[in-house]
Design a protein around this ligand. Sequence first.
Ligand code: PHE
Length: 378
Amino acid sequence: MRLRDLIILTIGVVLLASFSGCAKRSSDIIRIGEYGPMTGTTADFGATTHRGIEMAINQVNASGGVLGRKIEVPLQDDRGDPAEARTAVTRLMELDGVVAVLGEVASSRSLAAGAVCQQKKIPMITPSSTNPQVTQGRDYVFRVCFTDDFQGAVCAKFAANSLNVRKAAILRDIKNDYSVGLADSFIGTFNKHGGAIVADESYSEGDKDFSSQLTAIKAKKPELIFVPGYYTEVALIARKARQLGITVPLLGGDGWDSSILVQNAGNALEGCYFSNHFSPMSKEVRVQQFVKEYRKIYNTNPNALAALGYDAAKIMVAAIQKTGSTEGVKIRDALAATRNFPGVTGNITIDANRNAVKPAVVIQIQGDQFVPVEYVTP
Ligand code: PHE
């Protein structure tokens, strides 16, 4: 071979190699970002949501991926902090080049990061943020769960009609959009059903001492305390309430959904109730199949967060598949057109406000079991 031919050949090989390397980066993989509380007082929310997402994406990749490409899910820990959530989605977009985002669990963080997704036109699905404002006025932000207008009404009707309560007290996390909104929603419906709020006390995430609030509540002799918070504080509140001799039931929302709640509360929440999105005890075939597969991988039952994370990931993939593109605006339009998607948390239709309208289940805590006692359709 002549020298000139050798040079041409070498250049050709180098060009080809760099071209295919490039092709691998830009067209063999689609990246969907995940952000959540992998550390902090709600770390169990992050961990269980991640399992659901991971399971869904592994299934999709095992059956060939989407648009002939594999999916990768880079994960950013926001430590459960709204400002960090903003940084987390920015990193996912700028460093990882994600085409869409899954997260957050908690409404305050979805509100913060949703503003960035909206501005950058990167579609976001929150699996589980229930505060009505999360999707309001943001046409790139979707959710696959019900909102707290509905959840608060479910809790209030359950208290008034099923538990026959007329006097309730509230203990809310004042810095948490979810907690504040759910408390207000509960009060609205409870009043309409003839109930009275005899005390409305508050705390902030991270607090450890709840004795003054609970002492004030006890003095008003409520028949029930509504505690729309997250599992870390709720467990401490429950223990303190029992220590102070408060025996009435505590009632909460989806923020109670963690196995750590009962581990930390001991028997202080025995017989108490909370509303939720999902129960692994459902008899539905689709749910049982999901529970079986999940248990095989993680050796424990899925909670609502795992199930919602799973559904959110599957719906995102279905939208990309349907629109045949990874362009933000196209994915957004496909998400908005989601109708009757067969999720493990129910059939999911995205309405004009980018919310899902779905039933709730009221759970009773019996030992370390979360037993469904009532299904409520909207
Ligand atoms: N709905 C809660 C919020 O908006 C988050 C949550 C959902 C927590 C489901 C636990 C289970 O902040």
